[in-house]
Design a protein around this ligand. Structure first.
Ligand code: G3I
Length: 301
């Protein structure tokens, strides 16, 4: 196959990208995005500050622009994200305790109702674990009680039973890291107690050098063995090493429940860390060496 999406589809997987509504008028950008990818994540437009700027008043203008562009072009959409310590609107940042807990529940219900039956995967909870000690990240949500994550998942299941519900995080790639083990143990606990969770998203923001480790495949396999799908949800690699990109793709392809890969932007110039040139297309929209490496890996599956 000659595009990333078609190549991934050969093994029943998708290949996606983050899309920014502010770039939908850029034809160089939309031409590449439409040609290469068959899954779309809104880079910012479905987050809490964007969708509920004032408490109880939902705004889906930019989220729907991305959703409609994707669906009109035959793509699916991953929902990102419903409960997160970051990109909270000011009103939510100032809440605590039971008022914040209820606001979280209302937010999940409001956004999921708007997209009910239309979003195959939702990142229900994003980045809830501490970077170093394997425990929970301190946040206003965490301070509402340790059960906030399972409440978010139970709320989400009731709001849209058709959506697969994901926990999404970064730095859970290396199997030996405490953070990886912390998330693994939470998913294991949720599965054992019947808390509804269907997938783990590994963001995949890799730095150059040692950040990618060959035990990544073990991590993907270990999560999958708990009975959840896994996905690489926000892939970018500092310097875009072709070898690192190919290793990551091959690791996903080796795991039956690794359902797809999403890169976190189209061209280097679209990236949240553009100076590190981490993506598959350069700022002019030309295919980089890493693009060919990824395409070949997908075609050789
Ligand atoms: O929309 C406003 C604009 O009105 C304002 O003029 C401008 C001035 O700074 O800011 C604009 O908002 C920015 C937004 O991106 C849209 O461009 C925010 O400041 C900026 O903080 C925001 O950054 C996003 C970041 O999440 C915020 O946490 C990045 O685009 C986005 O790529 C990044 O994505 C996250 C994932 O959601 C979760 N995992 C990590 C990943 C990378 O940080």
């Amino acid at each position: 196959a000659s595009t990333l999406g078609a190549a991934a589809a050969q093994s029943g997987r998708y290949f996606g990208t983050a899309i920014s509504s502010s770039r939908l008028g850029d034809s160089n950008y939309t031409t590449i995005a439409n040609r290469e990818f068959n899954m779309v994540t809104a880079e910012n437009e479905m987050k809490i500050d964007a969708t509920e700027p004032n408490q109880g008043q939902f705004n889906f203008n930019n989220a729907d622009r991305i959703y409609n562009w994707a669906v009109q072009n035959g793509k699916q959409v991953r929902g990102h994200t419903l409960a997160w310590h970051s990109q909270q609107p000011g009103w939510m940042q100032s809440l605590s305790g039971s008022a914040l807990r209820q606001a979280m529940i209302n937010h999940i219900n409001g956004v999921m109702a708007h997209y009910k039956g239309k979003i195959p995967y939702w990142d229900v909870v994003n980045e809830a674990f501490d970077d170093s000690n394997g425990g929970r990240r301190d946040s206003n949500l965490q301070r509402t009680g340790n059960d906030w994550i399972e409440v978010a998942f139970r709320t989400a299941r009731a709001a849209d039973p058709a959506a697969k519900l994901c926990y999404n995080d970064y730095n859970i790639d290396n199997w030996t890291w405490a953070k990886t083990q912390g998330v693994y143990n939470m998913v294991k606990d949720f599965k054992s107690r019947g808390v509804p969770i269907d997938c783990v998203g590994l963001q995949g923001h890799f730095n150059s050098g040692s950040a990618y480790n060959s035990n990544y495949r073990t991590t993907l396999q270990s999560f999958a063995a708990l009975g959840v799908d896994v996905a690489i949800t926000e892939l970018d690699v500092e310097g875009a090493s072709s070898t690192t990109y190919a290793n990551i793709v091959n690791d996903c392809l080796a795991v039956a429940r690794c359902v797809g890969i999403t890169v976190w932007g189209v061209r280097d110039s679209d990236s949240w860390r553009s100076s590190q040139t981490p993506l598959l297309f350069d700022g002019n929209g030309n295919k980089k060496a890493a693009y060919t490496s990824v395409l070949n890996a997908l075609n050789n599956a």
